[in-house]
Design a protein. Sequence first.
Length: 612
Amino acid sequence: MLKNDKFRMDLNSTKWKSDIPEFKVITTKKYNERPYVSIIVSVYNKAKFLNKTMLSLFNQTIGKENLEIIVVDDKSTDESVEILSSYISSEMNLKIVLFNENTGTPAAPRNAGILLAKGKYVMIVDADDWLDAEGVKCLYDKLESSGDHYAVGRTIEVNDKGSFLFAEYESNEERTNFPVEKLYNPFGHMGPRSRLMRRDLLIDNNIHFPSMRYSEDKKFYYDVIASAGKISTVKSTVTYLNRYSSNDESLVTQTSVFDKMATNIEMLKYTIESPYSDVIKKAMIRRVFEFDGVTRLFKRHHFVKSEEKSKYFECFEKMIRTVSKSHFDVTELFKFDFTREIYRLATSHQESKIVDLVNWQLYSQEKITKLVGNQFYQYSLIEGIQPMRINLKAIGNYVNLDSEGNVNLSISVYGDVSSVKCLQLRDRNDFTNSIDVKPTNVHENEFIFKIRNDQFFDLKNSKYSVYLIYNDSDKVTIQASYIDDQLVNQFYWTQYYNLGVEKKASITSDIVVDNKSGLNYYSDTSVATIKHEDMKDFEASINYVVENNGVIKIGISTEAKNEIIGLRVINRKKENEFLFLPVVYRNHCYIVISFNIGTFNQLQNGKYKLCS
């Protein structure tokens, strides 16, 4: 059996205070004893990242006089202490705490920092991450205005491949006084980044970090969020999470999967015994059992490759026994049928089927989907494996333009249609650049979304992924749909047949007149430069050219919409041959030119340019 006594947690224990070793404190000369915020940084051998972290704290716009920085060194053996000492002559409110002995975890350093803190609010920062300059201020202002005891903001993960939005459900919208029990996913990610909390919330509720090599954050922030009752969230960036390959010496990466599972089992015990509501407990049990106990234990390459699979099954069996001591039916808490199937196979002792199922899920290309009613299911070819529900599937019907140049998307949704929140266009190179579009019409499982022409025009030139957002922050791609010929320059199918958008710029666009085949326009990108009489150029995007009952309409997006009263269609070879086409509709940044097709038939065949 696994030995895990060292991971035990006592609900009411105060022993954690005596676990803090003797220490020495060094402070800067000018020290404000009444700061707004105390930032606590636990340090152990982080010399190569420490300067960047410290500078990001010094540059906070909340003001150096309002910020207390408490750095607790856990007896580092590299140059961390020397680097910290170089800042002691600064004008910051800096307190350096030097432990006399190494404790082996961030728990005691963080707990010491909480006890020493003078600020109304406390933030925990890892020594290898860094903060946005506005990070502390945006959270402080939010809590001051809301009266809440806890707030969380946006985290950006940075690694060798680029920057990515991390735990986006925490910062997908602005919230104030939001009940924790109504949060869809309150305990999805439990690390310290981007969080600010009232210090008296911690002191009054005996909230502290347990002395453990893994999951100390999970227990701490479970208590914080559950005790806060109501929380605030902001969309502003607070923390940059360092996941570069050069930063591979954390305790998380050094802790074995079995030690991690031992702490997760203790976290389950703690959750079941905790004094919080059943809603809070069930949310935490689901997170630990489904995410830590199934996804991280089984749905990983290390399980498939392991020669010690019996240890995995032993861990999971112990987790099942632990949760069975609660009064909850754990199978009702699962979000995914994959978890439910792993649980069924484990409780019926079909370990070989679990191996087959994980192999199929991770590596097999033979995934068959079938529509039953309004729900898609995924079928494996493994005997005895039950069909698994696909929570939500979105299939596009069409993408077209209306007469005012708005883009209409029709999407059929299969699954829980009531969970659909919006359509989102997200820049593939800049996740902060996105637009959300609410459905304008819903009929049974068909959703109609209208992207206004001004919304589309305001998008930066880039490629965009298209998602259907549901359950607050979950997302699915839109599978291939019919794309109107007028939009093929903006909308496309990806290599996996999902809908994508590309907003791009060019400098030329031509109108082609052919009296035999009608009117068309062509361009590499459908973006033109419209020349004004005073020789000032305006960038414009021709969104469509349509003909209906003998009337032709040209929709054009341009910032010069108020200065243009009409366009001239000028023959490229004969400048004196042109037609004047008046503007018949305009709005925020959009104009529509309309004329009878008989008017155009007066022109000779050839290429024509548009000028205002």
